[in-house]
Design a protein around this ligand. Structure first.
Ligand SMILES: [Zn+2]
Length: 131
């Protein structure tokens, strides 16, 4: 039952992806959507100003345990997305999902199975999944 939404989404994407059937189109559209998401976040910082990026080196004390590490790690993000910026970022993330589902369709990969597999990895590896 839980996989139904993923199946329906993949099916809907398949029906909508008539113009971009080629894997080359899907790959490049997915990359474009990722770039547009980055741009939307950047514009939230530079044009709107609802969020700021305060970048600095991550410093974790040597004596800190792995469980404590998250207390010392910063997102480098200040503020929250305003309604307009959130809408724009969500729109771009939705496009990423669309083309990700399209890529899964072309390669006969179940989006649901992929989510389950990644979730299992998170459960079994925990904080060691840091990349
Ligand atoms: Zn904003």
């Amino acid at each position: 039952m839980k996989d139904l939404i993923c199946l329906e989404f993949q099916d809907s994407v398949s029906k909508c992806l008539l113009r971009h059937r080629s894997i080359l189109d899907v790959l490049s559209k997915l990359q474009e959507a990722t770039a547009r998401t980055n741009r939307a976040v950047a514009k939230s910082v530079t044009c709107c100003g609802c969020i700021e990026i305060q970048g600095s080196k991550q410093r974790i004390p040597a004596e800190a345990s792995l469980g404590e590490a998250d207390r010392f790690l910063s997102t480098h993000l200040e503020g929250e997305l305003c309604v307009n910026c959130r809408e724009q970022v969500e729109e771009e993330l939705g496009t990423i999902l669309f083309y990700l589902a399209g890529l899964c369709n072309l390669l006969d990969i179940s989006l649901y199975d992929l989510l389950v597999k990644e979730q299992k990895k998170l459960y079994s590896l925990g904080p060691f999944t840091l990349s």
